[in-house]
Design a protein around this ligand. Structure first.
Ligand SMILES: C[S@@+](CC[C@H](N)C(=O)[O-])C[C@H]1O[C@@H](n2cnc3c(N)ncnc32)[C@H](O)[C@@H]1O
Length: 247
């Protein structure tokens, strides 16, 4: 059986950056980076830290100031990397074939439902490759939306003008059977250009992460429902799972 490791087509890059950044308040990125920094200073998380899917570097830029020389990023998108590069070392590469040696990192994190944009079968492949590059005793933190939060609004439409004058139109539908949101996003730019992408985001529950991470050689050590360190509950909007590599 061939596993597709393809992500969404035509989504990451200019469309993603233009349509997502207006919703990513600095205060949110500040709090997320503070959470990551605290976890990375704890326990046995010493050594280099990989931002797995660093995007334009909103976490890297903050962490690079607080943990100088320790954070690096990888992403497939050149446009995002162009910005991330100004704050920390970054590499263009693919999650499924990382250009790093075995045990290179003391910790890694993957933020913002990034692994949910791949088919279910591809996620163990990415996690196995990531595990190869994290040393025994090192950490992996994965952030996303808990599945219960995705059910709150099974269908949604958005049509509004962004601060740069673009018109963003989005339709989202959640499917309980697959725990996926199916999204269609369109962006009409003030310069007349039009961008569109159809994609999905799969939301994984804690027991699914436990099984996926266990198969990759990690043991889950903690779960939080927010970057304030709160416990995961039915009211949580975030889910952050922290796991340590065995061996
Ligand atoms: C949802 S964004 C998250 C970006 C960043 N972590 C954040 O929180 O702002 C996912 C990122 O993963 C990158 N990405 C998607 N597929 C990838 C792949 N196969 N290899 C490397 N990066 C990939 C995208 O280019 C995008 O920047």
């Amino acid at each position: 059986m061939t596993i597709s490791t393809e992500g969404p087509k035509n989504f990451f890059g200019e469309l993603y950056l233009r349509s997502t950044r207006p919703f990513l308040a600095d205060a949110v990125s500040d709090a997320e980076a503070a959470f990551l920094e605290a976890r990375l200073r704890e326990g046995d998380a010493s050594g280099l830290v990989l931002d797995f899917g660093c995007g334009h570097g909103r976490h890297l830029s903050r962490l690079a100031k607080r943990l100088p020389g320790r954070v690096v990023g990888i992403d497939a998108d050149q446009l995002s990397l162009g910005e991330a590069r100004s704050s920390a070392p970054v590499t263009r590469g693919n999650f499924f074939r990382l250009p790093f040696r075995d045990d290179a990192f003391g910790a890694a994190y993957c933020w913002y439902n990034t692994l949910g944009t791949f088919c279910d079968d591809a996620v163990p492949v990415a996690l196995a490759e990531l595990a190869r590059c994290v040393r025994p005793g090192g950490w992996f933190m994965v952030h996303g939306t808990p599945p219960h939060a995705a059910t709150w609004q099974p269908e949604a439409s958005y049509d509004a003008v962004l601060p740069d004058g673009s018109r963003l139109v989005e339709n989202v539908r959640f499917e309980e059977a697959t725990l996926r949101d199916t999204l269609k996003r369109e962006l009409h730019l003030p310069d007349g250009r039009f961008m569109a992408a159809s994609f999905f985001i799969r939301y994984y529950g804690v027991s699914e992460w436990e099984a996926l991470l266990d198969a990759a050689g990690f043991s889950v050590r903690w779960v939080h429902g927010g970057v304030d360190g709160s416990a995961l509950s039915d009211a949580s909007l975030d889910q952050i799972v922290g796991a340590q590599k065995r061996g």
